[in-house]
Design a protein around this ligand. Sequence first.
Ligand SMILES: Nc1ncnc2c1ncn2[C@@H]1O[C@H](COP(=O)(O)OP(=O)(O)OP(=O)(O)O)[C@@H](O)[C@H]1O
Length: 262
Amino acid sequence: MSAPIIVVRGLGKRFSRGGKDVDAIRDFNLEIAEGEFIAIVGPSGCGKSTFLHMVGGFESITSGDLLIEGRPVTGPGPDRGVVFQEFALYPWRTVAENIAWGLEIQKRSKAEQKAIVERLLAKVGLTHFRDHYPAELSGGMKQRVAIARTLAFDPRILLMDEPFGALDAQNRELMQEELQTIWNEARKTVIFITHDIEEAIYLADRVIVFSARPGRTKADIRIDLPRPRDIDVKKSKEYFDYRNQIWDLLRDEVLRARAEFA
Ligand SMILES: Nc1ncnc2c1ncn2[C@@H]1O[C@H](COP(=O)(O)OP(=O)(O)OP(=O)(O)O)[C@@H](O)[C@H]1O
C-alpha cells in the first residue's frame, strides 16, 4: 500500500476560555490513504469539527502531528476544499459565478473557467440554473452549488462537515447518491462528518467513531459493501449489522457525553 496522504499522530487540541482549559481532542491517531472516503461520527461536542478545522488549516494544533503528504499543516491550501453545513454562497453572484469563484482567484482564463463551470453544472444537474441567484434555489440546490464550487478548483482532499445536515430526508438521500457518483468518478480523499450513521455507512470506506470529549478514536470500522453502492443497499442485512454495531458504540459515548453535562 502507498504511503497515507494524511497522518494524524497523538493529536491534541486544547481551548482556553475564561481561565478554564477544555481538551477538545486528545491523543488522536489516524491514517488515511489517498482516495479513501472516511466518515466520522461521534457525540455532540466531541471535537469532530475542531479536527476538520485543523486539517483545513483554520485551527492551530496544541500537540502531536498532523501531516499531509508528509508535511505539517500550517494553514489552508488549495490541496484542501471545504464544504460545510451552512451554504456559504455569495448571494450577489449567480450559480455560475459562485462556481467560478476559486477559478478567478487562480487567475484561470475565461475560456477555462467557462469549460470547468459548464462541466460542473452538468455534473450537479444545475445547467438550467446557471444564471439564478442563491436566494432562488432550494437548500439541496444550494448545497450542490457549494460542492461544485469546491470541486472547481480540484482539491485532492475534500473536508465536509455535516454538508447535508440542513436538508430534508428526500433531498439528503439524493445528495448522498450524487456525492457517491462524484466520488466514484473523482476518487478524492474525503473526510466527512455526520450525525447520521446510515449516511456514514452508505458513503464511507471507513467509519471512525469518536469518543466523548476529549475526542479520539473509539472504533475504526471498515465498511465492506461493494461499490458502486445502490441506495437499496440500505435494506441489506450487512448494512443493518453495521448500523447496529456503530450505534452500540456511539450510544455509550453519547451517554458519557450527556453525563458530563448533567
Ligand atoms: N473556539 C473555541 N473556543 C473554546 N472552546 C471551543 C472552541 N471551539 C470548540 N470548542 C469546544 O471544543 C469542544 C469540541 O467542539 P466541536 O465543535 O469540535 O465538537 P463537534 O464534535 O463538532 O460537535 P457537534 O457534533 O455538536 O457539531 C466543545 O466542547 C466546544 O465547546
